[in-house]
Design a protein around this ligand. Structure first.
Ligand SMILES: Cc1cc2nc3c(=O)[nH]c(=O)nc-3n(C[C@H](O)[C@H](O)[C@H](O)COP(=O)(O)OP(=O)(O)OC[C@H]3O[C@@H](n4cnc5c(N)ncnc54)[C@H](O)[C@@H]3O)c2cc1C
Length: 417
């Protein structure tokens, strides 16, 4: 029997993650192209993002062991400097022929106080989950994979689901940032407050974030339920479910008329054993079906609906940091827009038509804002009117990095410099 999962749905898919103050839509842009790239010159390494869409040969790729080493790099390296996390962004935020700095070695638990837990900014989200569990703490919400670095996830306003929760950046109560002049600045609502507000979602354009203090909570155990149902029912129920569940999302499985729905709710029920992961085969099967039967859309719909109607409702219990995250072994490129909630239904219908009938979708018509880490083609002119504090951000950036050392081509297009 084919197992169709959250990820399987995503592979095919026009996906709608509903349930927060804004709604996110993701349009899978298909398999990344296979490209034969020349080997880097001797002594250099090629950097590539997760999907393989963006690559570069930087002058240096470095991972300082502490802030003193980082300061040396910031002050002595020539050319642009780009901080990097796990390279999981789809936008070209990182590529440079200058220096790429990874904070992979600044990744530990630093302190636990009443107002938050402080960690090295290079910590990966899966390690953050484990680390917090060891001290009886948890994040309120997390994105749907956990391979990103904390600093990278903050920098692009990475988010999970749940009407009550914002992006990860909203859980930051303080941070430390190394600016272009090598100064290490403590930032929170009282110290360098303006910089603090901007540096939580900075695209790495203000300097290198070295540590962050996070608002955490006690242990969080969730029960996940997954089920399929007709897409029209899922759309009709979306708003109510986003209020009645702690986390709720649904994905449209294209060419089937069917939605894949996922809810997560807090529970103290015993943790269920983890099942072997059969999701990859499910993904491959659905993709093959999409391609083999592309000549007969009616037959494809019928076969897919038949396969999907065999699916049982799944119910599992586990710690939030494990349950909210999935693996994504299959590489892809992705676009995502955040929309006003009132626009969700109309926009989702347009996305479905775009995928199934090869028409076009214009997220901008729905007042959408692109996810900073996912594909979009907007420049400063289009973005500035979408953000009331755009100008303040660009001015602050100029103050802290007057020589624009932290900009690459993509960021120059956004912020000038
Ligand atoms: C398979 C997959 C699933 C995803 N799922 C989700 C999801 O559920 N929700 C969501 O919102 N997004 C999701 N994303 C997007 C992803 O979370 C973001 O693109 C995130 O920024 C990636 O983190 P990273 O550590 O890989 O950062 P990178 O991509 O390496 O860098 C991102 C930005 O962070 C900056 N940066 C990195 N480290 C620092 C630092 N120390 N100081 C200052 N700036 C820094 C970089 O300069 C860059 O501008 C997903 C991406 C993939 C590939």
């Amino acid at each position: 029997m084919i197992t169709v999962s959250r990820r399987a749905a995503l592979m095919l898919v026009a996906a709608a993650a509903g349930g927060t103050g804004v709604a996110a839509l993701a349009l899978n842009a298909g398999d990344p192209p296979e490209r034969a790239l020349p080997p880097p010159p001797p002594g250099k390494s090629r950097w590539s993002n997760w999907s393989g869409l963006h690559t570069c040969v930087p002058d240096a790729l470095v991972a300082p062991a502490d802030v003193e080493e980082l300061r040396d790099i910031v002050l002595k390296s020539k050319g642009p400097i780009r901080p990097v996390g796990a390279g999981h962004s789809f936008t070209p935020l990182v590529p440079t022929d200058g220096t790429i700095v990874s904070l992979d070695r600044l990744n530990g638990l630093l302190s636990r106080e009443d107002d938050g837990t402080t960690v090295g900014a290079g910590i990966r989200l899966f390690a953050l989950g484990e680390t917090l569990e060891r001290i009886g703490q948890s994040m309120e919400a997390l994105p749907d994979i956990n391979k990103q670095s904390l600093a990278g996830a903050l920098a692009t306003a990475t988010h999970g689901t749940g009407r009550a929760f914002g992006s990860l950046a909203e859980s930051v109560t303080g941070l430390q940032l190394m600016a272009a002049d090598g100064k290490l600045l403590d930032c929170d609502s009282e110290r360098n407050a303006e910089l603090f507000a901007a540096a939580r979602v900075s695209l790495g354009a203000l300097g290198v974030v070295t540590q962050a203090r996070l608002k955490t909570r006690g242990p969080l155990r969730l029960k996940r339920r997954t089920w399929f149902e007709p897409i029209d029912d899922a759309i009709a129920a979306a708003e109510e479910r986003s209020r009645s569940h702690r986390h709720y999302e649904f994905y449209y499985v294209t060419f089937t008329g069917t939605a894949y729905c996922i809810s997560h709710d807090e529970t103290d029920a015993p943790v269920t054993p983890r099942k072997p992961n059969a999701e990859n085969e499910g993904t491959e099967d659905l993709m093959s079906l999409r391609d083999w039967l592309s000549w007969a859309p009616w037959l494809r719909r019928l076969v897919a609906q038949g396969l999907i109607s065999n699916q049982e409702t799944e119910s599992v219990v586990g710690p939030a940091w494990r349950l909210l995250s999935t693996d994504r072994p299959k590489r892809f490129n992705e676009m995502e827009y955040h929309l006003p909630e009132a626009a969700l239904k109309a926009c989702l219908e347009e996305v479905i038509a775009a995928v199934e009938r090869h028409s076009e979708v214009y997220f901008r018509r729905f007042d959408g804002r692109p996810h900073w880490g996912k594909l979009h083609s907007l420049g400063a002119r289009e973005l500035a009117p979408l953000y009331p504090r755009w100008r303040e951000f660009t001015e602050l950036r100029r103050t802290y990095d007057p020589a624009s050392r932290f900009l690459n081509r993509h960021l120059r297009n956004l912020f000038g410099g």
